[in-house]
Design a protein around this ligand. Structure first.
Ligand SMILES: [Zn+2]
Length: 311
């Protein structure tokens, strides 16, 4: 079998862009290139398109891809192939995927950054052995979630905003609401909670955890508040959907069992008669988006092959 052309993979998040090329029979991911998203003012994404084209030529280094995949943050409509809304990138109903495909002259698959990363985690990471209903929760600067019924992602524009459901103790949020989970339980929220309680500035949630483990009561209180708020939100998820596996990813998941053990206990305490879900760490780490983009590009390539074989 002749070697296939490489796949170009672009994962645009709220603050940075990751790019890689998958090559060879196993389509191994090459080294990821990481660039900050340049400040964009235009809602149609012209500046973003130029930046993506530049990054593509940098990572391809003269090679010609057979297919590509692009992931975008915010609210995306994969059926209409549009970036409907992105607070960080300023996009409003922008036809970025087709414009980029045309500019690069390559067939291009399109997906949501968090949703596609969660699909990769389900298929190739911590979800591999299957669950009836899985919730992937990504806790970083904010909190995003993706639900799966079996292997099928609940793919509705705007789904996955667990970070913006109200919890006891939640504060005024940048989204305009008050009480949102991520105001106290995201990595940034934990650091801010500690600063409010102690009057001292910290670098981030990791430092709060270190201080909690060293016996700092304000740090312990900030950490416990976050765990309780996460358990509160997960309780609703279990009651509503019967979630039986929760995969926790994002920067805060680097805390490992320091986060997961108290979270399991806090949730079990609330659930009374409902079965407790397995709560496990994500396995793909920061590359989940690129792994997911590779899945989209491979599926596109297969559908193009099938079209070619059709008489
Ligand atoms: Zn909010």
């Amino acid at each position: 079998m002749p070697e296939r052309a490489p796949l170009l993979l672009l994962d645009v998040g709220g603050t940075d862009i990751k790019a890689a090329v998958a090559r060879g029979a196993g389509r191994e991911l090459g080294p990821a290139l990481r660039r900050g998203v340049l400040a964009h003012a235009d809602s149609s994404g012209q500046a973003l398109l130029s930046q993506l084209a530049g990054i593509a030529s940098e990572v391809l280094d003269g090679e010609r891809p057979g297919a590509a995949a692009l992931l975008l943050p915010g609210i995306v409509d994969t059926r209409r192939r549009r970036a409907v809304f992105s607070a960080n990138l300023g996009l409003r109903d922008a036809a970025i995927p087709d414009a980029l495909a045309e500019r690069l002259g390559v067939p291009l698959a399109f997906g949501h950054d968090v949703g596609t990363a969660a699909e990769a985690e389900l298929a190739e990471g911590a979800g591999r052995d299957g669950a009836a209903c899985t919730l992937v929760v990504v806790i970083g600067t904010g909190i995003a979630s993706t639900a799966f019924i079996g292997e099928r992602r609940v793919d509705v524009p705007g789904a996955g905003e667990l970070g913006h459901v109200p919890v006891p103790g939640g504060l005024a949020c940048s989204c305009g609401a008050t009480g949102c989970l991520e105001t106290i339980a995201s990595a940034a929220g934990i650091a801010r909670a500690y600063e409010r309680l102690s009057g001292e500035a910290v670098q981030g949630a990791k430092q709060v955890l270190d201080r909690a483990q060293a016996g700092d009561p304000a740090a312990a209180a900030a950490w416990e508040q976050a765990v309780e708020a996460l358990a509160f939100a997960l309780h609703w998820s279990v009651g509503l959907l019967g979630v039986d596996r929760v995969i926790v990813g994002g920067g805060l998941s680097e805390a490992g069992e320091s986060l997961l053990t108290p979270l399991r206990a806090a949730l079990a305490e609330r659930l009374s008669f409902m079965p407790a879900p397995a709560i496990v760490p994500a396995r793909l780490g920061g590359d989940a988006g690129l792994v997911g983009a590779r899945r989209l590009a491979l599926a596109l390539e297969a559908s193009l092959d099938a079209e070619e074989e059709r008489p």
